[in-house]
Design a protein around this ligand. Sequence first.
Ligand code: ZN
Length: 308
Amino acid sequence: MHQPYKPVSLFAGHYLDRNAWERDDAAWFEVARRDTRTRYILARGTAQLIVHEPAPHVVFLGGDDPRVAVVQERQAILLGWYEGARCVLIEDDSTDIVPPPGARFEELRPLSSLLPEREAGLLAYARALSIWRAKHRYCGACGAPTQPARAGHVLGCSNAACGHTMFPRIDPAIIVLVSDGERALLGRQASWPKHRYSTIAGFVEPGESIEAAVAREVLEETGVTLADVTYHSSQPWPFPSSLMIGFHAVAATRDIARHDSELEDAQWFTRAQIAAGHPLLSPRTSISWRLIESWFDAGWPVPLAELA
Ligand SMILES: [Zn+2]
């Protein structure tokens, strides 16, 4: 399928064709089971089935695998078409599936940079769905159990008198590289590794636009006001349910005054300081690193990616 944009961050790529209309087929599960090309990936809670030899990879089970034969439709979610084959997520909630030799259930986050990018994206998508489904086993309106619909992408209340319908939950969060031209405004939380600083971030609140959230978060956490805000890129971040919406911003003021306790420190850093390795930045898989990289590379002779 046509790829209309260049993905900027991990998890943000065009790693599968969702073909969302296929979810409307009430017989989707039988169709998937009959198609011997269908591939299945397994999750147990938020952990997903991985193999490490010869290199880290997601485990795809074929339709002829006996582990798949016992799966019920309520455990299955149609993810889309991955590398040309239908891909179905199986939630092993009864934990009775015995993994193939060498495979085990693991959390995605430490594996993010070790897996092929397409596989990391696929698992991030599956993880987001698993987390949402696990938190919506019961109707938030009347408390009755929910039941899946639309190939696992919708949960409906089983109480016909209620009829409440739930859709996958995504929490929008802004993340912004604020610059005064020469310097970048970065902050750190007390729980982070020593010397690590990152871009300013926070959740969008109800009744608030994304751009207003950028200005508010920067003001709350650093006291700096903004003159200009420009969208950069976004990154799904299923730890547990965020969509990180990334911006570059130009500062209108420079004095730092923290109004909340989210950060233990915020400072302006020059490109020379960043090039010298102080502060330590977030992992390269993060949109924070990407936002800093694109600002840094615009004013430094050596790309940030080539620096140690
Ligand atoms: Zn209900």
